[in-house]
Design a protein around this ligand. Structure first.
Ligand code: GDP
Length: 482
């Protein structure tokens, strides 16, 4: 047992303090009940109200799932027309994958929380490989849109679409005035990508949500973690406060509830973990994401990573007093560093540093990088499987360093329950100063939040409305729960 330090064969608390339903067959999705073999126990416990809300959701999902009677009764409302006067028994949020894996996980989490808040059911377009990456999250039912669903192509729902909420408002085809009397359409498309506009942003406001209550079909397209804005909605906030007394654990709980790697991905995760991470006393994860190599050239980023990790004591300093040939190491001080990046250069640089020079205190350091794919290839299955495995491996670290603005890093830190050091974004090839800072919470950042402030009915600063929604460390305009 001295070798496999953290891995025990028996999962502790396999239902995550009641977050997970016990009603699944374990073999079809081993990660669901095995994650606690590898992950440290979370200090964040789900509230009784969250657990109760999830169990109620699971019942609703089963009742409203594809091809049930209430679903069949609601299908005709997909055709353009007015919403029914009386709310349908089942109401839906449709979701489709867009952008990279981290973006997808954050937007789907947001869509799910919206469904919890509005008594809806989430159904997802499986895209090219959602089923190869994720297990079904709800027992005895499916969240996948069936092959016979009337909409097979979601691509035409773009900014110009007439049923886009922003356009409906602009063209006065929907109204939030109570004396208007006209029913809203029975299908509304929400364009909540980073390029949305002020009218689209009204989605988050109370009068708009009131009118949307009657709409049986909502289609939500987003690449962001829009959850912080739900907390600014005064109708949603009381329920959210009961569900999440600890505001920084919203994504932590919901991601652990929703996103279980398939057996194929889990095999990759556990084999890698046992081979390269389990035996070390300490595990450090470093995620390096470069969005623009002009702003963030290789030399600047590698210096930044080394400066940050040495300064914060995450990597051992090099021993300047050691003589050549000094071979003293301390076998109790083993450290495994997991590095994830699309590129291989950073890895070589750090590894060589500790090969060529001894570390202070005789720390024995090993470096590992599972892949270097060189470029993003979202929707290619073999690429996405590895990306998802790497996000999970990051979440198994003890300490994390993640990159500013990266939803890939946000997902790893949230699943792991780890507040990371965040590498600030280099601009114009300049080294940021400081190179990294400890983040204020493990929550993801809502990177392009609405400029429209519902309570003030005008554009303003949504980071100044309530104390628990504030600006992000890594993205000054972004919003984050703390
Ligand atoms: P973001 O762009 O950093 O916010 O994260 P996303 O996950 O949304 O998109 C980036 C995509 O690029 C990932 O989903 C992967 O396909 C790929 N990618 C980026 N960084 C890495 C990495 O460190 N490892 C692997 N395997 N893929 C990566």
């Amino acid at each position: 047992d001295a070798v496999f330090h953290a891995v025990s064969d028996v999962p502790r608390d396999k239902y995550l303090a009641g977050l997970l339903s016990a009603d699944f067959d374990e073999d079809t999705c081993q990660s669901r009940y095995q994650s606690t073999i590898y992950r440290k126990p979370s200090p964040h416990k789900p509230s009784a109200y969250l657990i109760q809300t999830l169990r109620k959701y699971e019942d609703r999902h089963r009742r409203c799932a594809p091809h049930t009677a209430p679903y069949n009764k609601t299908l005709p409302f997909l055709n353009p027309g007015p919403a029914p006067e009386k709310e349908t028994e089942c109401k839906y949020v449709l979701w489709t994958p867009a952008y990279g894996l981290g973006n997808r996980i954050l937007s789907l989490t947001s869509a799910f929380l919206y469904a919890l808040l509005t008594d809806r059911v989430v159904l997802i377009n499986r895209g090219s490989d959602m089923t190869s990456l994720f297990c079904e999250p709800f027992p005895d039912t499916t969240w996948l849109l069936p092959p016979d669903f009337p909409i097979s192509d979601f691509a035409p729902y773009r900014r110009p679409h007439p049923l886009r909420y922003g356009n409906l408002l602009r063209n006065k085809n929907i109204s939030t005035e109570s004396d208007d009397g006209r029913p809203p359409p029975s299908f509304v498309y929400f364009h909540l990508d980073h390029d949305y506009d002020t009218e689209d942003m009204h989605f988050f406001c109370e009068p708009d949500q009131a009118i949307l209550r009657k709409v049986p079909w909502l289609f939500l397209r987003s690449n962001m973690y829009i959850v912080p804005s739900f907390f600014l909605n005064q109708e949603f906030e009381p329920k959210l406060g009961r569900m999440f007394p600890e505001k920084e654990a919203v994504f932590h709980h919901l991601s652990r509830y929703l996103f279980h790697p398939t057996n194929e991905v889990w095999g990759m995760v556990t084999r890698y973990y046992k081979s390269y991470m389990a035996m070390a006393r300490e595990r450090l994860g470093i995620q390096i994401r470069v969005f623009n190599s002009k702003d963030a050239p290789f030399d600047v980023v590698s210096k930044q990573v080394i400066n940050c990790t040495l300064q914060e004591g995450l990597l051992p300093k090099l021993d300047a007093n050691a003589r050549a040939g000094d071979t003293a190491t301390d076998p109790t001080k083993t450290k495994s560093v997991l590095l994830t990046s699309l590129y291989s250069g950073y890895f070589d640089k750090i590894k060589d540093m500790y090969w060529e020079h001894p570390a202070v205190g005789g720390v024995v350091l090993s470096m590992h990088q599972p892949t270097h794919e060189e470029r993003q290839q979202t929707d290619k299955e073999s690429h996405d499987l590895k990306a998802w495995a790497e996000i999970n491996l990051l979440s198994l670290a003890d300490v994390l360093v993640t990159s500013a603005w990266s939803t890939f890093g946000y997902t790893g830190q949230g699943l792991g329950g780890i507040t990371p050091w965040i590498l600030l974004l280099p601009k114009k090839g300049e080294m940021p100063e400081p190179t990294c800072v400890r983040d204020i919470s493990m929550e993801p950042c809502f990177l392009t939040p609405p400029s429209y402030v519902c309570r003030e009915k005008r554009n303003g600063d949504n980071g100044k409305v309530v104390p628990f929604v504030t600006h992000c460390t890594d993205a000054g305009r972004g919003l984050k729960l703390v």
